[in-house]
Design a protein around this ligand. Structure first.
Ligand code: FMN
Length: 373
């Protein structure tokens, strides 16, 4: 790896910010959290992230899991709770709109051995909101209260809640939501700084996240638009949060957790070499194969990662298209190696080129409709 930024001042700045927090009796270090992303952060992806970071990932979280499917013992849904021991401390996130089912689902999460259970209060998808779940709970604090209360009664493990700042620009109610979350005894609050109406458009409102933190009695994890270690330091310095959650940035920069941990250990974070890019995909392939043997699905997952990671390489546009059009695993790796071998004078990745985390040119994205994994 090369030294990026070779930025000793970053090391000095990292010494001065919060680096850990506690949830229940568990210390979370470093204070980074891989934000749950349905269709992305499955066990293979999380284990890859954990390996790249030498196990120093902070918190890893499952994709959101429907309590309808869990409590009806749907095998595919129950399997989504599986995690590797190296992922601890591990959170399973659940969603639903009925308090008794959420409590039942949370009990199953506890029995599966997770360290924490998280309630999803942020998903904007209409089919979830229409049943009262996800960000629907931001407009129904009575039900949110009932859900947290019943979940708390059902389990001994700490309960965390992930929210958005409100339903719409003119219905921002983060502080009221926070009051319910804290009042019912949840042990950490994760705040995605957008409204439900925004989907993934625009930038997250970190000022509101900071306001919530200034009033909080539990750890507050801020979330939105983090792509690199400089962003993490910036958010910790400017907004005083206890931790930060990284979502789409982890698809572009899966090394970010290790880079962050290095920085907190006093080392200048380094950019991955081109050889390490090759190793990334080889390792991901092995982890994917442990979970499934359908070649098309494995290839799809490799391409999902390729689309993001290769976008950060300088002058790789044509080669990247070839990689993403590959029809077989062999072709994928041939094209990948051809692309990586063709890059001259590599000085590190061009993360600024992907400032647009949505993966589209226009910052106009609606969850589940426009967002391209
Ligand atoms: C493809 C995709 C799937 C997501 N799935 C979930 C989910 O299952 N649960 C959840 O709480 N948030 C989910 N989110 C939201 C992210 O956790 C995060 O809050 C959001 O992407 C903002 O963070 P970012 O700017 O770092 O990406 C998803 C986001 C994306 C892009």
């Amino acid at each position: 790896m090369n030294s990026t930024d070779s930025n000793p001042t970053l090391v000095a700045r990292a010494r001065k910010v919060t680096r850990e927090y506690r949830v229940g009796d568990k210390r979370i270090f470093p204070n980074t959290y891989l934000a749950p992303m349905s269709g992305v952060t499955d066990i293979s992806f999380r284990r890859l992230i954990s390996r790249l970071a030498g196990g120093r990932t902070g918190l890893l979280v499952s994709e959101f899991i429907t309590v309808e499917g869990l409590t009806r013992l749907n095998p595919r849904i129950c399997r989504q709770m599986a995690f590797g021991q190296e992922e601890r401390p591990f959170t399973v996130q659940i969603y639903g709109g009925e308090a008794d089912r959420m409590a039942w689902g949370a009990k199953m999460v506890e029995e599966a051995g997770a360290d924490f259970v998280e309630i999803n209060c942020g998903c904007p998808a209409p089919k979830i909101v229409s049943k009262g779940g996800g960000s629907g709970l931001l407009r129904d604090h009575g039900n949110l209260k009932a859900i947290i209360s019943q979940v708390k009664q059902a389990v001994k493990i700490p309960v965390t809640v992930k929210v958005r700042i409100g339903w719409a620009e003119d219905q921002i109610n983060l502080l009221e939501t926070q009051k319910v979350v804290e009042g019912e005894g949840a042990e950490a609050l994760v705040i995605h700084g957008r409204t439900r109406q925004q989907g993934y458009k625009g930038l997250a409102n970190w000022d509101l996240i900071a306001l919530a933190k200034s009033k909080a009695s539990i750890p507050v994890i801020g979330n939105g638009d983090i792509l690199k270690v400089e962003d993490v330091i910036d958010k910790l310095e400017r907004y005083g949060v206890d931790g930060v959650a990284v979502g789409r940035g982890a698809m572009h920069n899966p090394w970010i957790f290790g880079q962050m941990a290095d920085l907190f250990e006093g080392k200048v974070p380094r950019e991955p070499s081109l050889e390490e890019h090759k190793a990334l995909f080889t390792e991901y392939l092995a982890l994917l194969r442990e979970e499934q043997d359908i070649e098309g699905r494995v290839l799809g997952k490799l391409k999902q990662m390729g689309a993001r990671v290769l976008k950060c390489l300088p002058n790789a546009k044509g080669g990247r298209t070839d990689v993403l059009r590959s029809q077989s695993l062999n072709e994928f790796f041939d094209n990948l190696h051809k692309l990586l071998d063709s890059i001259e004078d590599y000085q590190g990745r061009a993360l600024e080129a992907v400032r647009e985390l949505n993966g589209k040119d226009a910052n106009e994205v609606v969850f589940g409709k426009d967002y391209k994994n």
